[in-house]
Design a protein. Structure first.
Length: 343
């Protein structure tokens, strides 16, 4: 078979491990010819390919990013985009396609599957917000990066009696902030699913200082917003999937805390540091398992599905189930796990 592979959306650690697993399993066990499409769906729209074989994939297991490149191109937002995708697949004689991506990339895949394209999806989201899978590769690495940073912030906060605000990724889902905040011993965790009251946050920090705890760590997801909706910073610029570009809520939270408490407050925005670098061992293994399962699903003819992790096993689920709704932190669970513990 001729099998196409693409990586779409934001990069994250583990993408190369998936590509490597698909190529090695496909070429050596099934005798497949693998074709890489450059820069996500853009490569399929523009018929831009890259060679993929075992030799090309040597040494990429520990590498971050993606050797295929990525983009947030949406064929359904490009004039004639879908027709060009279908023409490319025909021109390249692609028997099946393996798109690796999050809700946007796999949302496109689900639509194309309805139009008759044979494909199997692989879940990729650093935010861990895809439904139907318990975990996605890259999330574990991102959390570890955040925890390492928080550990370092503790020492400087203690040295200067400061409040340190750490902004992490999480547009709609607060999984990274929640896990990193718990593991890093944060005093406050602000997530998109639970609007915060900045006055309550300030009062909580004052109480900590009254009790002699002068070093306070506040972890805030980039998509977190106050109840009154007045502090979130958005540029108003949209990508091809209609998402507003976020960033800067950490600065606003820090400013408000300092003004309301009088305590010196500093902010660290980790940003793309969470995406870069080598994946953890856990993410390398999970990504490899996903890649093997995806090429096996192709040869089973299990098209229109996505591979997923459930109860420790790799299973197949309909793409529609994966992209139907985001997997969010449940407010009741957040309050039970985080709020009483850190109050």
């Amino acid at each position: 078979m001729r099998v196409g592979v693409l990586t779409g959306g934001g990069d994250c650690p583990g993408l190369n491990a998936v590509i490597r697993a698909v190529v090695r399993k496909g070429e050596r066990d099934f005798g497949d010819k693998l074709v890489g499409f450059a820069d996500g769906w853009r490569g399929v729209v523009e018929n831009t390919t890259l060679p993929l074989d075992v030799e090309r994939c040597r040494g990429i297991l520990p590498r971050g990013g993606t050797i295929l490149g990525s983009s947030r191109t949406n064929p359904y937002k490009v004039d004639g985009g879908v027709e060009r995708v279908l023409a490319t697949l025909k021109d390249q004689r692609i028997d099946a396609l393996i798109p690796i991506g999050g809700e946007d990339t796999l949302g496109v895949a689900a639509k194309l599957a309805d139009e008759g394209v044979d494909l199997v999806g692989v879940p990729k989201t650093i935010d861990n917000d895809l439904s139907a899978t318990e975990l996605t590769f890259g999330f574990h690495t991102a959390v570890q990066v955040c925890v390492d940073a928080i550990d370092r912030l503790h020492t400087t906060a203690e040295s200067h009696n400061r409040v340190m605000v750490c902004e992490v990724m999480g547009r709609h889902a607060g999984w990274i902030a929640l896990y990193a905040g718990i593991a890093g011993g944060a005093a406050e965790i602000l997530i998109p699913e639970e609007p915060f009251d900045i006055a309550e946050i300030a009062e909580s920090i004052k109480r900590r200082h009254d009790q002699g705890r002068y070093a306070t760590i506040v972890v805030v997801a980039e998509g977190a917003a106050p109840r009154e909706g007045s502090l979130a910073l958005q540029s108003g610029e949209l990508d091809q999937f209609g998402h507003v570009r976020l960033g800067g809520v950490g600065n606003l939270v820090a400013r408000e805390i300092e003004e309301r408490t009088g305590f010196e407050t500093r902010v660290t925005i980790l940003g793309h540091i969470q995406r870069g670098g080598t994946p953890t061992a856990f993410d390398r293994v999970l990504a490899t398992r996903f890649g093997i399962a995806a090429i096996e699903a192709v040869h089973e003819g299990a098209f229109g599905n996505m591979v997923a992790l459930q109860a420790g096993e790799i299973v197949q689920v309909p793409l529609a189930d994966a992209v139907g709704e985001l997997k969010l932190v449940k407010p009741d669970e957040f309050r039970r796990v985080a709020v009483p513990f850190f109050a």
